[in-house]
Design a protein around this ligand. Structure first.
Ligand SMILES: N[C@@H](CCC(=O)N[C@@H](CS)C(=O)NCC(=O)O)C(=O)O
Length: 220
């Protein structure tokens, strides 16, 4: 059976978890705390860079969430989560890379602040908000009047981008200037896969505690 090493509140592992659910696959979840369990020899043998998610499929294992999504798509093509036409395929890839290379780094200071780890000065905060706004404007325009970010059905673009965009209000970024994105997130959040993987307040609290302890150990 497929096995996913993951942390429930991680964007990086949630996207794989949702894809597994959307494809209707049987899999086992192996929860990680990232309090040092990612540094054990057994885990390092799976990923020498000590990152979740890791997918294990029999004798084969894979890390890097986008690579895992590609693997699942190739091995379990139905239901398809990428379009078959070249433009659709390229656009899904572009949305995923914009999310990981532009949106995610821009949100990092905002996430740290929302978790209470730092207080950002005004200029860092407004720079982060501006970078996020550039991505959101691009997504809003790309969607036009469609219900999905690419084409007319759920794709990996919705999963990769939607899991982060849907969390922006919790980082202090309002989606109200973006009516298309607001409706899109509302629709995605109705899906069973979204609801089943929604990070729970107690998981977020537990993660905050773990991070606080690790930060205290590093500074002592
Ligand atoms: N590019 C990787 C990023 C994975 C990643 O950064 N995972 C973090 C959690 S969100 C992690 O495992 N951190 C633990 C560590 O660095 O020791 C992917 O997309 O899978």
């Amino acid at each position: 059976m497929l096995k996913l090493y993951h942390l429930p509140i991680s964007f990086n592992s949630r996207r794989v978890w949702i894809a597994l659910l959307e494809k209707g696959l049987s899999f086992e979840l192996v929860p990680m705390k990232l309090d040092g369990d990612q540094l054990t020899p057994n885990f390092l043998a799976l990923n020498p860079f000590h990152h979740i998610p890791v997918l294990v499929d029999g004798e084969f294992s894979l890390f890097e969430s986008l690579a895992i999504l590609d693997y699942l798509e190739a091995k379990y093509p139905n239901p398809a989560l990428v379009p078959s036409d070249p433009q659709g395929l390229g656009t899904v890839k572009m949305i995923n890379l914009v999310t990981l290379n532009e949106l995610l780094p821009a949100t990092t200071p905002l996430i740290r602040q929302s978790m209470g780890f730092v207080t950002l000065d005004e200029s860092t905060q407004s720079q982060a908000q501006e970078k996020v706004a550039t991505v959101l404007k691009f997504f809003e325009q790309s969607m036009g009047d469609r219900s999905y970010i690419v084409g007319h059905s759920l794709t990996l673009g919705d999963i990769v981008a939607g899991t982060i965009v849907g969390f922006l209000p919790q980082m202090g970024v309002s989606l109200s200037p973006y009516p298309q994105l607001t409706a899109w997130i509302e629709q995605l959040s109705q899906r069973e896969s979204w609801q089943e993987t929604e990070p729970q307040p107690e998981q977020i609290a537990e993660f905050k505690e773990t991070m606080k302890k690790l930060m205290a150990q590093r500074t002592s």
